[in-house]
Design a binder for this molecule. Structure first.
Ligand SMILES: C[S@@+](CC[C@H](N)C(=O)[O-])C[C@H]1O[C@@H](n2cnc3c(N)ncnc32)[C@H](O)[C@@H]1O
Length: 236
């Protein structure tokens, strides 16, 4: 199971993982923005158009399983889009008791607005844990000092990481995050040999970050095409 990306639905798949068997979850679930209009090129192989109820269930159930399986922090990278705002707010409200903090990911580039809204320069990383005492900011072992250019002098709630999308993947999957994003959090919150889970693995950025840092990964991805791309990025 370690160092594998399972092709299939994460919610069903994660049920076979034991309680507290991974050290960290880092993921970006689909945003449910419809894959049409201005978003039509977001994915080549995923339609991204669940009903609000199905989308809320996917977020809720994947988080529930992630919290059960994970000993530590669970990071969900998401953004408010025209089609998903009410569902995302509902998801956060439902899970307010396990939401520990919110980080802003400053992508350092503005995406032009669609309609009467602000241009998008940031996304959000929602940080959950089942135990309120799970350490987010460890002053005694502050690994963030080496990421001053990302967070500032202290581990702050803004991380500045520009988008450096791999050109080959960009044509097939524009919703991928840069490998540096999960890499920084995996480095800060796990030790070598630890296990990182990404329930929505896409083209494999979290697995690549884990591998580069000598951590193990477990991933799920609905579409075989993306699993194949991820494995190719990982092992050539
Ligand atoms: C925002 S993308 C993740 C991108 C990824 N972080 C990367 O860097 O490539 C969300 C992914 O979740 C996948 N997905 C959607 N529903 C899923 C499900 N129920 N189980 C597993 N994967 C799913 C989609 O195919 C899509 O690739």
């Amino acid at each position: 199971m370690l160092n594998t990306i399972v092709c299939g639905d994460c919610v069903g798949g994660m049920k076979s993982l034991d309680n507290n068997s991974v050290d960290l979850v880092f993921t970006s679930p689909p945003y449910n923005c419809g894959n049409k209009g201005k978003n039509k090129d977001m994915y080549k192989f995923y339609s991204d158009n669940l009903t609000n109820e199905q989308y809320l269930n996917l977020l809720d159930e994947s988080l529930h399983e992630s919290l059960r399986i994970c000993k530590g922090l669970v990071f969900y990278n998401l953004n408010f889009m025209r089609n998903n705002t009410s569902t995302l707010l509902e998801f956060l409200f439902r899970n307010k008791d396990v939401l520990r903090d919110i980080m802003v990911w400053d992508k350092m580039r503005v995406q032009p607005p669609i309609g009467n809204i602000l241009g998008k320069r940031c996304e959000f990383i929602f940080i959950f844990s089942k135990d309120p005492k799970t350490v987010i900011n460890d002053f005694r072992n502050n690994k963030a000092t080496k990421y001053k250019d990302v967070f500032g002098s202290w581990l702050s709630n803004i991380c500045q990481i520009g988008i450096k999308t791999d050109k080959i993947d960009a044509k097939l999957h524009r919703a991928g995050f840069p490998v540096d994003l999960p890499k920084i959090f995996i480095d800060m919150y796990t030790e070598p040999g630890g296990v990182v889970l990404d329930p929505f693995m896409g083209c494999g950025a979290t697995a690549m970050a884990a591998k580069a840092l000598n951590r193990h990964y477990i991933g799920y991805e609905l579409n075989k095409e993306y699993v194949d791309i991820a494995n190719k990025r990982l092992y050539g």
